[in-house]
Design a protein around this ligand. Sequence first.
Ligand code: PLP
Length: 430
Amino acid sequence: NIMQLSDDPVLQILPFNAKIRFPIPHPSDKGSIMYRHVEYYPGDPILSLVETFKNDPRPEKVNLSIGIYFDDEGKMPVLESVSRAETARAATPALSPYLPMEGLDTYRSAVQHLLFGKDNRALAQGRIVTVQTLGGSGALKVGADFLHRWFPEARAYVSDPTWDNHRGIFEGAGFEVGTYPYYDPATVGVKFDEMTAFFNTLPEHSVLILHPCCHNPTGVDMSEQQWDEVLQIIKTRKLIPFMDIAYQGFGGDLDSDAYAIRKAVEMELPLFVSNSFSKNLSLYGERVGGLSVVCPNKEEAELVFGQLKFTVRRIYSSPPAHGAYIAADVMNSTELYALWQNEVYVMRDRIRAMRQKLYDVLTAQIPNRDFTYFIKQRGMFSYTGLSVEQVRRLRDEFAVYLLDSGRMCVAGLNASNIAYVADAFAEVLK
Ligand code: PLP
């Protein structure tokens, strides 16, 4: 009962009793159906829009779509603190061995100090474990894989709306992902009562993906008082908070942006934190991030740490070294840290100034409308309140690119384009 599969010697080595579905054309055959069942991937909508922008010939064009910080000259900055660390490192050529699965020790402790504060009691108690990850995305992936493996019944919930990849990463890890009420277009604020009522219906161990500061995409954050209330519900209902912080320092300051994280630790919640240095160190391509898990005690922390390492091992084995060395060198030097902190605040203040300018122009041109939300929102993003039609008009008539949701990356504004963009906004809003 030997089947003659093909004249190709590679296909002939299949055991004769292998279960095979016919026909099996050789991949090199014309008209192969090898991959025809593979679903077409239309691409990421944000990255596709960036391509359209690049091909737009109009010289006045402005890109406010992608989540990257640009300086006042419209360039991605090289931070002085980073550049000094790079120069110092380049002076002594070094080998590049594998890092351990969990990443670089000096980097991991620097991440812990930044997120939780150097004097955090839980750190001293050895209850917090941190692994270095491939950016914030890698941290979300490692955390989601870990949670799905050890809490297989749990569902995950993301804010409505959220950064698209939250859903993608958690679904990719096997979770069923739901949404919780968050943004209220009527008030350009948080649907706080609806959200807390929803949290109060969730079963134990439901995973909540939360933005501790600078909510992406809306720019609408909760107040400290609101956080206190939410964290109390999380504690009472035994939910699992997963805080994703990608813009630390862009909202209030480096410490106050970590308010929700530190409060959750103080309340002894079983917290997950994913953090990213893509934006605040302007090190997008180096993929520097971290995943921290706060555990009830040192023994459980050791169990979790072991499984996090194992999770990493099974995805990419160990993280890249260079970015972690640079981030650690910046954060572990008193001088470079002070320089970096100041550079983060320069970025934050420039974004704030752009918000203010937009508010001033729009208020002057459309005085009967309240634009205070532009100055209240925090971080790089703003839900502008523009409709899809208005967004399309901005793109077609003015070459100003926003996402269809009306999300604008405020960091794409600068002294040269702000007046033009503000006038264009006013034009489509009138
Ligand atoms: N989380 C949020 C909310 C983000 O906005 C981003 C990036 O835009 C990330 C995570 C991912 O960060 P990274 O680029 O470091 O993977």
